[in-house]
Design a protein. Structure first.
Ligand SMILES: *[C@@H]1O[C@H](CO)[C@@H](O)[C@H](O)[C@H]1NC(C)=O
Ligand SMILES: *[C@@H]1O[C@H](CO)[C@@H](O)[C@H](O)[C@H]1NC(C)=O
Ligand SMILES: *[C@@H]1O[C@H](CO)[C@@H](O)[C@H](O)[C@H]1NC(C)=O
Ligand SMILES: *[C@@H]1O[C@H](CO)[C@@H](O)[C@H](O)[C@H]1NC(C)=O
Ligand SMILES: *[C@@H]1O[C@H](CO)[C@@H](O)[C@H](O)[C@H]1NC(C)=O
Ligand SMILES: *[C@@H]1O[C@H](CO)[C@@H](O)[C@H](O)[C@H]1NC(C)=O
Ligand SMILES: *[C@@H]1O[C@H](CO)[C@@H](O)[C@H](O)[C@H]1NC(C)=O
Length: 497
């Protein structure tokens, strides 16, 4: 069935190619388009308490609450803290043009604060960046990928607090000063929608039921936006003229389509786009939250007897600081969702404010993550949606991938997933005129899939977690991707020759 979809796509593409301009080949990527792969520090590094590193929130959570984490921790993970050279060798074998990775805040700043720098942590990232540069692979650095130092958490300095804004800006400032001579592409913060909304478990209501949901989510998002924008402005003033890098924030959006053509479902799908993506993209583009969020949350807050809206307000100065604080859009996108109106629930929460529920049809192929079924067309519609909603910006896809539970090197379905996804990206470029310039496969390595543990495998490279060597083996998909990159053509084989 999966292959059948591709054949259909190929036929459609062939017809479309005959009709469209000769310059836009639906199977061929220009040399200006870049292919890479990504990881996050906590998912791969290990070395959790080595050489001066202190605990991050994730170290604390996985080690103290194994019952919520499939008994898995990132204490060793892929051991990339010691094996980064093997990682870079694998990237070189695949021919990656860039590598997206994140900085572990508590490895660089064990106290959380920027006055106490751990040189061993700085050395680790210098070594990694130098190894990448020597291999001709460009670094794309995520400054924050969910691993807040526990030292800050203890002090209540986390995303629900305004104190977090300046701590983040100080950490980013240090990162620019240490690595900005070689790093020219920065993502400040990864997927705020995911962690601010409570998934994957940042607000642990099952451990701390007193947490005021419906308030925390929006405080978190508010401070993320302020921290991101302040960081962007700092870079423009202090580093841009000498380092000349580019900065954005990685937002995530899976394509939301109405379940039926009823007005309720059509409105629900658009409301979900605005709650999930517009929450951050609207302030960046327009300077404020989407009107529907302001109205719905104010209205629900009043019904719940709050004396003010649970959605914080930006001052005029803040709006000006946030508006336009990006050089391009970065988007993580994996699938699509069929959306319908959910019955109103008066309990305060982001989920109840959004008032939608999502499903995926039975005939979409399952993956190792239940709500990430295969829908390769989704990315095309997400790209088109961003183009049309936010002034046709340059867009980089900073995450997209397919997971299975086996980690088998003969990963035919992953190859088909990448091929169909790249076909849809070509359609977005050729048919919809979207300016998408990079594709980042998630993930380079099989790794710790957060609270889901090691059973969800997204990698182009298999890791033998039973061996203390954490042996790396390229999967067939890695060879397919290598040939795509080499030939700039998606209908290549996975041949290792
Ligand atoms: C975690 O380990 C405990 C103790 O060995 C076991 O009882 C439990 O079933 C395990 N949980 C999971 C999700 O594997
Ligand atoms: C909704 O209407 C469009 C246009 O008429 C049609 O193509 C589509 O199949 C309909 N979708 C559903 C879910 O009925
Ligand atoms: C506000 O809530 C009331 C009562 O549920 C509802 O009738 C009204 O349509 C809501 N207004 C908006 C703008 O959502
Ligand atoms: C809000 O206050 C009104 C009036 O005191 C009361 O009837 C209602 O139950 C309250 N609602 C909630 C959600 O607390
Ligand atoms: C895409 O965006 C880049 C960066 O802004 C720009 O240089 C390029 O001309 C754009 N390409 C198209 C086709 O609009
Ligand atoms: C890989 O799997 C496919 C089916 O998914 C099978 O046809 C093929 O023979 C397998 N290749 C190897 C080398 O095992
Ligand atoms: C691990 O690597 C070392 C050094 O390369 C090698 O001697 C050893 O046999 C390997 N162990 C396993 C279990 O593969």
């Amino acid at each position: 069935m999966f292959r059948a979809i591709f054949v259909l796509l190929a036929v459609f593409c062939h017809v479309a190619r005959l009709q469209s301009t000769a310059t836009c080949d639906l199977f061929t990527f220009p040399s200006t388009f870049k292919f890479g792969a990504g990881t996050a520090a906590y998912q791969i590094e290990g070395g959790w308490n080595e050489d001066g590193k202190s605990r991050s929130w994730w170290d604390w959570f996985t080690n103290n609450y194994p019952q919520y984490c499939n008994n898995a921790t990132g204490n060793i993970a892929c051991d990339s803290y010691h094996k980064y050279k093997e990682d870079v060798a694998a990237m070189k074998a695949i021919g990656l043009e860039f590598y997206r990775f994140s900085l572990s805040w508590s490895r660089i700043l064990p106290k959380g604060f920027s006055y106490s720098v751990n040189q061993a942590g700085v050395d680790y990232y210098n070594n990694l960046i130098d190894e990448l540069k020597a291999a001709g692979i460009e670094p794309l650095v995520t400054i924050y990928h969910w691993d807040t130092p526990m030292a800050l958490e203890y002090l209540g300095t986390t995303w629900t607090s305004p104190k977090m804004v300046d701590q983040f800006v100080a950490f980013a400032d240090l990162a620019f000063s240490l690595f900005g001579d070689r790093v020219k592409l920065w993502a400040t913060i990864n997927e705020p929608k995911s962690f601010c909304q409570g998934i994957p478990g940042y607000f642990l209501t099952y451990i701390f039921p007193e947490l005021p949901m419906g308030t925390l989510e929006y405080l978190c998002g508010h401070h993320v936006l302020l921290a991101h924008a302040k960081t962007y402005r700092l870079y423009q003033e202090k580093y841009k003229s000498t380092q000349n890098g580019r900065i954005s924030i990685t937002l995530d959006l899976n394509y939301n389509m109405p379940l039926t053509n009823s007005t309720e479902d059509i409105e629900a799908a658009e409301r979900r786009n605005l709650f999930e993506f517009g929450w951050f993209a609207h302030p960046l583009y327009y300077g404020d939250y989407p009107q529907i969020m302001k109205t719905v949350i104010a209205n629900n807050s009043a019904k719940q007897n709050f004396t003010a809206s649970r959605l914080p307000k930006f001052s005029c100065t803040e709006k000006l600081m946030i508006k336009g604080s990006y050089d391009l859009f970065m988007v993580n996108s994996y699938t699509g969702t069929q959306v319908t109106l959910k019955e109103y629930n008066n309990e305060p929460s982001y989920i109840n404010d959004e008032q939608t529920s999502g499903t995926q049809p039975d005939h979409w192929l399952s993956t190792a993550v239940s709500n990430l079924k295969v829908y390769p067309e989704g990315i095309r519609y997400v790209l088109k949606y961003i183009k049309e909603s936010y002034g046709n910006p340059e867009i980089m896809i900073t995450e997209n991938g397919y997971s299975d539970t086996t980690g088998n090197v003969n990963d035919t379905l992953r190859i088909e997933f990448i091929r169909e996804t790249l076909g849809n990206i070509r359609l977005a470029i050729c048919e919809d005129g979207v300016n998408v310039t990079r594709y980042t496969y998630w993930s380079l390595l099989d790794n710790l899939e957060w609270a889901r543990g090691y059973g969800v495998k997204f990698g182009l490279v298999q890791i033998d977690f039973d061996s203390e060597n954490r042996t790396r083996t390229l999967k067939r998909s890695a060879y397919y991707y290598k040939n795509v990159i080499q030939n700039r053509y998606i209908n290549v084989t996975d041949s290792t020759e």
